[in-house]
Write a protein that binds this ligand. Structure first.
Ligand code: 5GP
Ligand code: ZN
Length: 136
């Protein structure tokens, strides 16, 4: 995609600190990391959101992320790490090309990937469940 910064990185038009590459996947260090070793894993093919990817391509992405996570964990030895894909502006997606974050985390971090808990009305959970299953 022409105006996509990550497509430009895939093409080599913009440099990156490459961690891993294969036929379908590229992984590189986040330029503005939450913590040192914060790594991105992206499909070379442009998709905006994870759900737009065919299942086999999503599996390939996740396999590569698994491989890279092992290396990041060994190299950085963080106290913990989060795996995150933001999809859509409301979820915090700033770059419109699917990217999986591998984010080293520490107890002392002043950012937490935590959420407040919502709840279902009586009978609502079952309806939501049935609606999701309709599409599987
Ligand atoms: P998002 O908020 O879309 O989930 O995350 C986008 C991430 O991409 C951010 O963490 C940001 O620092 C990173 N990023 C944006 N532009 C570039 C770039 O040109 N190179 C690299 N390596 N990372 C980038
Ligand atoms: Zn792209």
């Amino acid at each position: 995609m022409e105006d996509c910064i990550f497509c430009k990185i895939v093409k080599g038009d913009i440099p990156c600190s490459k961690v891993y590459e294969d036929e379908n996947v590229l992984s590189f260090l986040d330029i503005s990391p939450a913590n040192k070793g914060h790594t991105l894993v992206i499909p070379k093919k442009h998709y905006e959101k994870f759900n737009e990817m065919p299942e086999d391509e999503a599996s390939t992405l996740m396999s590569a992320a698994n491989k890279v996570s092992k290396a990041v964990e060994k190299a950085i030895e963080p106290e913990g790490y989060s795996i995150l894909i933001n999809n859509g502006k409301a979820a915090g997606q700033e770059v419109g090309h699917v990217h999986l974050h591998i984010m080293p985390k520490y107890e002392k971090d002043d950012f937490k990937l935590l959420w407040t808990h919502s709840n279902y009305e009586e009978g609502e959970m079952g309806k939501v469940l049935e609606k999701i299953k309709t599409f599987l």
